[in-house]
Design a binder for this molecule. Structure first.
Ligand code: ATP
Length: 233
């Protein structure tokens, strides 16, 4: 589904990513962890075509997307829930959901408003409310719903539950678990090792722009001390 190989990227004179390699296979839930500023968002932005990579290789669904424009990456089926949600504040919940809706890959059973409302009943209750007036947790639900409405082959969540109340976090985790059970491929950035260990297939840890650790949940347990030091939790 997604192969990132030796990715290098940066901003201006500053190189941020030195050697990032990771793989997401079809139907897998893969995590990218690491302390603040280690390059997780930069990796995601490079994959989405929002930042031009300086070296390495990015292959998505069999196509080389190194240096591809963001529209092309989205059209190929990558859906992003960006850090800080970035919902359209002056559109209603319903308008946010339909604004970017598309079934570009002609899925036989595409996401619809009703399906998103079934996943997040709260979005149905607030369908007519301006998105800018939603709570942070509700905005995150909306951002996930909006990404699903693009029927992505790969769903990427940057900071899936950062700054959310525990009860909302649990709700987001539950939804991610359901999506995984439906076969959705997911790349997830978060720091909640205890939950991720249970849900994800494999994990990658970034340290100063390099992947310094990768493994399964069982590997995480074996290497707990090192992993916690890297992730800083
Ligand atoms: N637009 C930018 N211009 C210059 N430097 C940037 C820019 N965006 C990020 N950086 C720098 O790149 C480095 C990696 O940032 P990045 O956002 O990828 O980290 P992160 O691991 O996602 O951390 P966080 O969890 O804080 O978002 C940081 O040192 C950051 O200051």
């Amino acid at each position: 589904m997604l192969t990132v190989d030796g990715l290098q990227a940066g901003y201006g004179h500053a190189q941020v990513l030195f050697d990032v390699s990771l793989q997401v296979n079809e139907g897998e839930l893969i995590t990218l962890m690491g302390r603040n500023g280690m390059g997780k968002t930069t990796t995601v932005r490079s994959v989405m075509g929002l930042l031009g990579p300086r070296g390495g290789r990015i292959v998505f669904d069999g196509k080389d997307i190194h240096g591809a424009a963001p529209e092309r990456v989205a059209r190929l089926g990558a859906g992003l829930v960006p850090e800080g949600r970035q919902v359209f504040p002056t559109l209603t919940v319903r308008e946010n959901l339909i604004a970017t809706a598309a079934n570009r890959l002609n899925r036989p059973d595409p996401w619809t408003l009703d399906k998103v409302y079934a996943l997040f009943p709260r979005m149905k209750e607030r369908a007519g409310q301006m998105a800018g007036t939603l709570s942070g947790g509700e905005q995150q639900m909306l951002a996930v719903g909006r990404a699903l409405m693009t029927n992505p082959k790969l769903l990427i969540l940057d900071e899936a539950t950062e700054g959310l109340a525990p009860v909302i976090r649990a709700e987001i985790w539950h939804v991610i678990e359901q999506l995984k059970a439906q076969g959705q491929s997911i790349l997830l950035i978060d720091k909640n090792i205890a939950v991720l260990k249970r849900l994800a297939d494999r994990h990658y840890i970034l340290e100063k722009g390099n992947v310094v650790w990768s493994g399964t949940g069982a590997d995480l347990d074996r290497d707990a001390e090192r992993v916690h030091a890297y992730v800083g939790v």
